[in-house]
Write a protein of this length. Structure first.
Length: 96
């Protein structure tokens, strides 16, 4: 990976196959703000800090995933625009 100094905004634009116009300077400022924020985050001292896996501090808040009652085929197909042989027929979206 190239260093910050090696990877200019113009080179990134060229690699991305995009052209930058008037927005280049604003983009450059936003990238620099993001770099400063990342640098600040990298300075954080994390020795002895336990990772946070759940924001609530508790793990067992989700219910067990069990199937509930379902519709029979006839009721499930009642609102379908088109049905053939017990299946919903949708408009073709892919060309051959």
């Amino acid at each position: 990976m190239a260093s910050r100094e090696d990877m200019s905004l113009e080179k990134l634009a060229w690699l991305s196959r995009i052209s930058l116009g008037e927005e280049a300077e604003e983009l450059r400022r936003r990238i620099e703000r993001a770099r400063r924020l990342i640098d600040k985050l990298l300075e954080a001292r994390l020795e002895g800090v336990e990772p946070l896996y759940h924001s609530t501090g508790s793990e067992g808040l989700l219910r067990e995933d069990k199937p509930s009652g379902s519709l029979d085929r006839e009721r499930a197909l009642l609102n379908a625009a088109r049905v053939e042989k017990g299946f919903v027929v949708a408009p073709r979206t892919v060309e051959e």
